[in-house]
Design a protein around this ligand. Sequence first.
Ligand SMILES: C[S@@+](CC[C@H](N)C(=O)[O-])C[C@H]1O[C@@H](n2cnc3c(N)ncnc32)[C@H](O)[C@@H]1O
Length: 291
Amino acid sequence: MPEAPSGGMPDVPGAVTPRAPGWSTPTPGTPEAGEVREMFDRVSGVYDLLNSVMSAGLHHRWRARAVDMAQVGPGSRVLDVATGTGDLALELARRVTPGGEVVGSDFSEKMLVRARLKARTRSLTASVRAEALLAASPGGLSNGAHAAPGVEPRFEWGDALELPYADDSFDAATVGFGVRNFADLHRGLAELTRVVRPGGRVVVLEFTTPTRAPLSLFYGLWFDRIVPLLGRLSADPDAYAYLPESVKRFPAPAALAGELERAGLVEIRYLLTGGGIVTIHSGTVPPVGAR
Ligand SMILES: C[S@@+](CC[C@H](N)C(=O)[O-])C[C@H]1O[C@@H](n2cnc3c(N)ncnc32)[C@H](O)[C@@H]1O
């Protein structure tokens, strides 16, 4: 399992496309990677609670739509980049059961600790439930019920701008509310594309700014006033002042679609949901030779 490197990246088995020197250009306006990591380390303890409050619980539905767009199923191998506390990875794990594999990767160790704890707790709860089902049905389970264990995501340290995985390692890759924080958006999208096999999907779930009234008016009030206020409950009020700023400077959906294309993806589609508060983009990795 890759671990936070003390110097240099962990060894990666398999081929990794060599990068030309200086191929990364920081995205203007984004904070430096170290600052972002420290910010997420600090908010890790309240992240899930504030997520649910700030999205009025809708974030689970948005994640489910994103997983639909990844077009994965039982047996698929999927990477969730900037996985944070692992909610998107857990939804993916449900869909790739049985026989699949989900890797959740992030560069904030404190977020990863939360993700691992959540995944373990869910697995244990599911095992206890399965045992209870079996005990209650000594003659075997009927009606399609099964007690097979679900896929548990593996959570590993990884920098999205230099993913520690070989080319074409996954059937799909997702990123939820993460690309906005990448110090270099183009490089992050190119890395997602690199690690997915030809024909596989890359899916990006991200906040966007609604442009139509009345939601745009309510949204301005919510993001500029209420979110920073709620953020004061967290260990890091600055992080929740950063959230609306980062959404405002992030490319609009059509521009982000152009970025996916620039990263080498084809068949790019996007879906505005939550009245335009959230957009889900997907792109397909083209066949070998067409990249
Ligand atoms: C807003 S959280 C989103 C977490 C999760 N995907 C979700 O849907 O709730 C952003 C996450 O991106 C991670 N992140 C930002 N830049 C990163 C990078 N370059 N490499 C790895 N993780 C990164 C942060 O550590 C943080 O956990």
